[in-house]
Design a protein around this ligand. Sequence first.
Ligand code: NAD
Length: 495
Amino acid sequence: MNIVEHFINGASFSGESTRTAPVYNPAAGVVQREVRLASVADVDVAVQAAAAAFPDWAGASWAKRQGVLFTFRELLNARKGELAAILTNEHGKVTSDALGEVARGLEVVEFATSMPHLAKGEYSENVSTGVDVYSIRQPLGVVGIISPFNFPAMVPLWFFPIAIAAGNTVVLKPSEKDPSAAIWMAELMREAGLPDGVLNVVHGDKESVDALLEHPGVASISFVGSTPIAKYVYETGTRHGKRVQALGGAKNHMLVLPDADLDLVADSAVNAGFGSAGERCMAISVVVAVEPVADELVEKIRDRMSQLTVGDGTRGCDMGPLITREHRDKVAGYIDVAIADGADVVVDGRGVEVDGESDGFWLGPTLIDQVSTTSDVYTHEIFGPVLSVVRVATYDDGLALINASQYGNGTAIFTNDGGAARRFQREATVGMIGINVPIPVPVGYFSFGGWKDSLFGDTKAYGPDAVHFFTRQKAITSRWLDPSHGGINLGFPQN
Ligand code: NAD
């Protein structure tokens, strides 16, 4: 069987580990290749390669680094169809969604090409007589990036273009469930002129993650994944003296006020609930309907769901399979929980008809009304095509629910009342807010990240926060002697 190998120092690398994991085609339900799982020693080879490449890359001109990113941007844009095909093949998301993922990643590459401007320092002349102070921003060294299965291209692209533009060298550990996109991008960066060793990819599981977290040669960790692992990564990485940003899970609510346009709400709930089979950290998983609109809204959502097609992502369907059989079964299990907890399963995705192989990891769009806020269906991140509806009496009741959630990634309000929307943007304890926009993922020149258990650390992904994260500032105080200087003075200079 074909094995996806690591990519170190510009070349494929097998390493010493003989451990592998299966990589499925989720639409067929079959193992199509294996992926190598790195040992501690294999991770060390990658870190050493990145460390060796660091001095030259950090010393390269801004123009040289920027030039590689401009070329990469052109190549990626021209060949995005190839990358999208890899995403559909290993993740299962439909082609249009895969192309959307690449487009959102391209935004960050474009942002990264502005790094010479973004990382400029400051200068103050004559802070004291004859003394100037200025600041510069320098790269950290070797940076580690650990990404989840659900965006195998976009999440690595949130980080490595900015890290590399700033002069760092990288060890990327993508999800072992869909590892090929990372290799494809690393090879494309090489084609764009990136020197060997600047971007390395190691595959693996907990062993390789721990090796990165504990390695003294790794300066920082950028992690995206589930909340328990994000918390562990944050605590372990910082304990080992690293700068860490760790983005975690989510449970995103859509608050629907009675004056909202219910057709827009229903379209948005279906798109944001079932796009990518609900395997998005910004998916809407709970519709909070302020009465009296719930009955009408549930009906509109149900109507739209009846038109959705589920199947192989290459066949023009609306929604693909889930990532693994195990995950599919876990998500489907929440439908039983809903029934046991007395909720109303309006649409049950377990009986879905699919345009694809019978062994694929299928679960159709599912709508559950009257979900109790004490049920696991409400409190757990399900990460699948299951949309819950919770009914509340007032705006304040809806807001209280959102603010009581352990997560604070994204949320949305649907209303035609500007005053209510304005209150919501101020009062919701959530990092990204949509106003009549269901998935408020900020564009590449803002930063992406949640609050509470959706982000550990104080730095979000991409945008201005990333410039800060991937550089460290140095302040220089300088005096050039002139004839007027002189004299001993043991106090701080005062003018
Ligand atoms: P995951 O936490 O299982 O895995 C993420 C990464 O951590 C992978 O590279 C994996 O190999 C590694 N990992 C897994 N178990 C580990 C362990 N015990 N110790 C150390 N490393 C480990 O997440 P996933 O299932 O790949 O992705 C889905 C999750 O990611 C969801 O919770 C989703 O909300 C979240 N997510 C969040 C964002 C965000 O921006 N906040 C974006 C995308 C996905």
